[in-house]
Each structure stands twice: as structure tokens, then as C-alpha cells.
Design a protein around this ligand. Structure first.
Ligand code: PCA
Length: 324
């Protein structure tokens, strides 16, 4: 009897040790609210991978910037502090202009136009990430970007001197060109920035205004549809190289599903959140011709600047898109 129980516990130990050697847990930092569709799709992706690998690779998402703030996520994955993460790539346009291909003002204004551009640009962005030791898995667009403010705005001249929350290179540049005063603030800190007067206006989707209940501080939203930026999910290149083939296939399959579901969720969330802003008491109305024309003029300057910095690859993407 003694012998048998000794044998059993030895077997049990081996089984536990065997599992411990195989199974891995990856923490996945995400910057946006848990209730936001990007975070929900990320959580579904994580569950999909855990399921498909029979628990060999468990992915645990950490939304709301709770593990790493948005600004730190890309570096954390590059340096292997975590193996996987989600980040708004256009916040890193200063590292590589290609990361801002989704934020060229008024080049695309709808989901359909944006998807055409992204089909062309995606392989370039994937290569850019590979140069940063990151393996690209999938990305999901935010809804079209509009202008939020704490007062009615009739023209770009009226923007001058306003304190503006930026989230990317393009938003900061747009603020500079309109004479606003940009301050970089992650969405997780947006409500506080508005409540304390650090920011009085910003450009974003109806989704982020809704998530952050900005009707508590702001009065107007103009859906100018300036661009549709994307959140991308990527893996540390060494961690990717170490994975067994089956696990990689599971990650790729779950990533394909997340990209498709994410696009559908983003489209669905657009109207829902614009209605939510109205219900919150905000004026949601088209921008005046004067404001629109002023913003488009600035957009042309920014398009020229982007093409200049993005070199041959940038030109190839925009030319192929315009030729369609
Ligand atoms: N929401 C994010 C980026 C784009 C968007 O729609 C934000 O405001 O941080």
C-alpha cells in the first residue's frame, strides 16, 4: 500500500512537472477601457488561443493600461518584459513614419476607404514591426475621428489657443498647425485631463468620447471623419520564434478571427456611441464648411509632410491607393 501511494504521488508529481514545463502564460497589456470593443475583442482572442492550444499557451489580458500604460506597451513587448501587447501604432510615428499611415488626414474617411488603404499598407507595417523585433498578429480600426470641444467651433481660426489633448504624432501636428496647445494624454487619463482643464478639445472617435463620458465636460462633437487609426496586436519576435508550430497556427487563426470580428464591432460601435454622446447631452452635428475647408487645408500640408518623411514605401502605398 505504501509502495502504491509512493508510486502514485511520484506519477502525480511527474504529471504536474510535465504540465509546468509545457504550459505558458502570457500577460497582454492593453491601453483602453475593459468595456471598449478593442479590449473585448482582445479578451476573446486570448480565450481563443487558450482554448485552441488546450491551455498550453494561456493569454491573460490587462485592459485600461493597468499593467503598462499605452505609451509603454510597445517597448515592453520589444524588450520582452511581456511577450504580447496591443498598441495604437500611430502614437509611434516618430519612430517610423509607416506607423502613421492610418493617420494621414482626409486620405480616407470611411471604413470602406480605410480598409482599401490598409490592405495595401498592412505588409509594410508588418515589416516595420519586424524591424522593431515584433511579430505582427492583427489590428482593428477605430471608428472615424471627429473633433470634440467645450464650445461651438465654426472655423479653424477659433481653435487658436485652445488646450488640446493629442494621442499621436498626427493629432499633435494638427494642433500645432491650427495654433492649439497640444498635450499628449492617454485615453485612460482623458476624463481627468478634461475635468482639471488640462485639455478643452481633442480629436478621436465617438467610441472614446462615449467610453470616457466626455459629455460631463464637453458640449460639441463634429464628426469630420479625418482618419481611422488602428490598434495592433504584436508578439516579441524571440518569443514568437520559440513557439511550437501548432501554437503559432492557433495564434494566427485566432488573430484572423479577431481582425474580422474587431472590424464588425468597430462599425457597430460607431452609431451606438454617436447616439450615446447625444443622449449624454452633446451637440453632434456636421462641421461648417469653413471649419471643414480649414481642416482639409491643414490635411494637405500634413499629407505632403508624411509623404516626404515616409520615402519610397510611403509614396508607393499612397499611389497604389489613389490609383484604385
Ligand atoms: N480612440 C483612441 C485613439 C483613436 C480613438 O478613436 C484615443 O482617443 O486614444
Amino acid at each position: 500500500m505504501k509502495k502504491l501511494s509512493a508510486f502514485l504521488s511520484a506519477t502525480a508529481l511527474t504529471a504536474v512537472a510535465g504540465t509546468a514545463a509545457q504550459a505558458e502564460t502570457w500577460d497582454m497589456p492593453m491601453a483602453y477601457a475593459a468595456s471598449n470593443f478593442h479590449s473585448e475583442i482582445g479578451a476573446q482572442f486570448a480565450a481563443c488561443v487558450t482554448d485552441a492550444t488546450g491551455g498550453d499557451l494561456e493569454i491573460v489580458t490587462h485592459p485600461s493600461g493597468s499593467l503598462y500604460g499605452g505609451a509603454e506597451i510597445k517597448r515592453a513587448v520589444q524588450t520582452g518584459q511581456v511577450n504580447i501587447g496591443e498598441r495604437l501604432l500611430s502614437a509611434h510615428q516618430n519612430e517610423n513614419p509607416l506607423y502613421g499611415v492610418d493617420s494621414i488626414p482626409f486620405l480616407v474617411s470611411s471604413f470602406d476607404e480605410h480598409e482599401k488603404l490598409w490592405d495595401i499598407a498592412e505588409p509594410y507595417v508588418s515589416d516595420a514591426l519586424a524591424e522593431d523585433s515584433l511579430h505582427y498578429l492583427y489590428s482593428v480600426p477605430w471608428p472615424p475621428q471627429g473633433l470634440y470641444s467645450d464650445r461651438p467651433i465654426e472655423s479653424v481660426e477659433e481653435l487658436e489657443g485652445i488646450k488640446f489633448r493629442s494621442y499621436s504624432t498626427a493629432t499633435a501636428r494638427m494642433a500645432e498647425l491650427t495654433g492649439m496647445l497640444p498635450v499628449q494624454v492617454e485615453a485612460a487619463e482623458l476624463s481627468q485631463a478634461l475635468a482639471t482643464g488640462v485639455a478643452e478639445a481633442f480629436i478621436s472617435s465617438g467610441a472614446t468620447g462615449y467610453d470616457r463620458k466626455v459629455w460631463e465636460q464637453l458640449s460639441h462633437f463634429y464628426p469630420v471623419d479625418a482618419w481611422l487609426p488602428r490598434n495592433a496586436v504584436f508578439v516579441n519576435a524571440d518569443a514568437w520564434a520559440d513557439l511550437p508550430d501548432g501554437t503559432r497556427t492557433a495564434l494566427n487563426d485566432c488573430a484572423d478571427k479577431a481582425a474580422e470580428d474587431g472590424l464588425a464591432a468597430s462599425k457597430e460601435y460607431t452609431e451606438f456611441t454617436l447616439n450615446g454622446l447625444k443622449e449624454g447631452g452633446m451637440t453632434v452635428e456636421p462641421a461648417s464648411d469653413a471649419l471643414m475647408n480649414g481642416l482639409k487645408e491643414i490635411g494637405e500640408t500634413m499629407t505632403a509632410e508624411w509623404l516626404e518623411t515616409a520615402g519610397e514605401d510611403g509614396k508607393a502605398i499612397v499611389e497604389e491607393y489613389r490609383a484604385q
